[in-house]
Design a protein. Structure first.
Length: 444
């Protein structure tokens, strides 16, 4: 059987793959595993969600599952994923549950779990939870049943935390923020305004159905157009749960996660905050980031794709900055997971501190042409084993030599294989990627 937990929790089509019954079972099992690990007190869980319609249903199911296993629940409502992680620590809870499918379309949903302190659960604990699902257990009754309480100032607590760790006021900056009609629709404009920026918020009116619908970080052209229209200094685009952000400069040119990492690495190095002058990124990061960091004498460590692996490397080495090209950026001194709002505040603080435009700051890194093709497949494992695929990859690698690279990666949440090629020209990268995609799609 396939593992229930993917690279970012449990995810699927809401009420079809991810049913209320499954959500309730996951939550009850999680509460029982935690109780078995620590019998000194009654478990306390923080439960948050994004504003998609199915999140309301799954919130109810998760709350029922937790309380049925004897855990008390602190409900924080629609908030970004990093806010839930922060509140797990701030409220001294034992577990956090975020109900969101991040950048996925509205019909999908997901369940992310956080351990005490707001850290993502290790794989072995997720496996233990999965083993407990469906098992009968002695249900608490009477006063032993978990209780539910709404935390009405959760958004305020989170924003105040962000403001405390923002190193410079943003006065004089004009920013457009695309909230993806998601979890950051209130918190992001609030945080940026309170930090001093003039804020134009777009796609900040969630109705349960419009999350990620032609907006947010997966549609960067929307915020780019708004930046040009309003004459803003920059644009920020969040995804549905706001654990990441991308940016555009004043001309509407995109600034991706790699460039944001380069900007923040230099800022933190200059401030003496970059531990051992080391940045952690994933194998998907552009070669241009490697070159820029080498020129800046900053060591670049690479991990497997997924912010959990970046987090593991950050924790193991005590490093202070890591992230992904997709815009997940982790600053362990201030957050336990990727935080799009924290990232945006740090990026704008660097602009305000230096007086430089975002285009100037981003010019520290030159992006090599990179083509990514998502290939739908029926069996990701078969693709990984196929001799035809490995032979095609070897041929393209020989063709590129030291001037480019190839990466094939199965999606952690969908039946896709991601084919990525970097080369000195877009045409060469596109041609190689299309050839490889054709070979991958032919595997049955």
């Amino acid at each position: 059987m396939a593992r229930l937990f993917g690279t970012d929790g449990v995810r699927g089509l809401a009420n079809a793959d991810l049913t209320p019954e499954l959500a309730m079972s996951v939550a009850a099992a999680a509460a029982r595993v935690l109780a078995e690990h620590d019998r000194s007190h009654r478990p306390v869980a923080v439960v948050g969600r994004d504003p998609r319609a199915s999140s309301e249903m799954l919130d109810a199911a998760v709350t029922a599952g937790l309380t049925s296993a004897g855990a008390d629940v602190l409900r924080v409502g629609a908030l970004p994923t990093p806010a839930v992680a922060h509140l797990v620590a701030a409220l001294n809870a034992d577990i956090g549950v975020m109900i969101s499918a991040s950048h996925n379309a509205m019909p999908d949903n997901g369940i992310k779990l956080f351990a005490a302190g707001g850290h993502k659960l290790p794989d072995q604990v997720e496996d233990e939870i999965e083993q407990h699902m469906g098992q009968s257990f002695e249900r608490p009754t009477g006063a032993a049943i978990g209780r539910v309480r709404d935390i009405t100032d959760a958004e305020t607590q989170y924003v105040e935390h962000l403001l405390k760790v923002t190193p410079h006021r943003l006065d004089g900056l004009k920013v457009v923020v695309d909230c993806a009609n998601g979890a950051a629709s209130v918190a992001a404009p609030d945080a940026y305004r309170r930090a001093g920026a003039e804020v134009i918020a777009i796609n900040a009116t969630p109705d349960g159905l419009n999350i990620n619908d032609g907006c947010g970080s997966t549609h960067i052209d929307v915020v780019a157009a708004a930046v040009r229209e309003h004459g803003a200094d920059l644009g920020i685009a969040h995804d549905g749960d706001a654990d990441r952000c991308l940016a555009v400069d004043a001309e509407g040119n995109s600034v991706d996660g790699d460039q944001i990492l380069a900007i923040l690495a230099l800022a933190m190095r200059d401030a003496g905050e970059l531990y051992e002058d080391t940045l952690v990124a994933t194998v998907m990061s552009n070669l241009g980031l490697h070159i820029a960091m080498r020129e800046a004498k900053i060591q670049l460590r690479t991990t497997a794709v997924g912010d959990r692996y970046v987090l593991q490397d950050l924790k193991a080495g005590g490093y202070s900055l890591g992230g992904e090209q997709s815009g997940h950026v982790v600053l362990p001194a201030h957050a336990t997971t990727g935080d799009g709002l924290l990232t945006a505040l740090r990026l704008m603080a660097r602009m305000a501190e230096t007086g430089k435009s975002l285009a100037d700051l981003a010019s520290v890194m030159r992006r090599l042409p990179q083509v990514l093709i998502n290939v739908k497949v029926s069996d990701k494992a078969a693709v990984a084993k196929a001799a035809s695929v490995s032979e095609a990859v070897a041929a393209v690698e020989a063709e590129l030599g030291d001037t480019g690279r190839v990466l094939l990666r199965p999606s952690g949440t969908e039946q896709l294989v991601r084919v990525m090629v970097e080369a000195t020209s877009h045409e060469q990268a596109e041609s190689a990627a299309q050839r490889l995609a054709g070979v991958v799609s032919s595997v049955h």
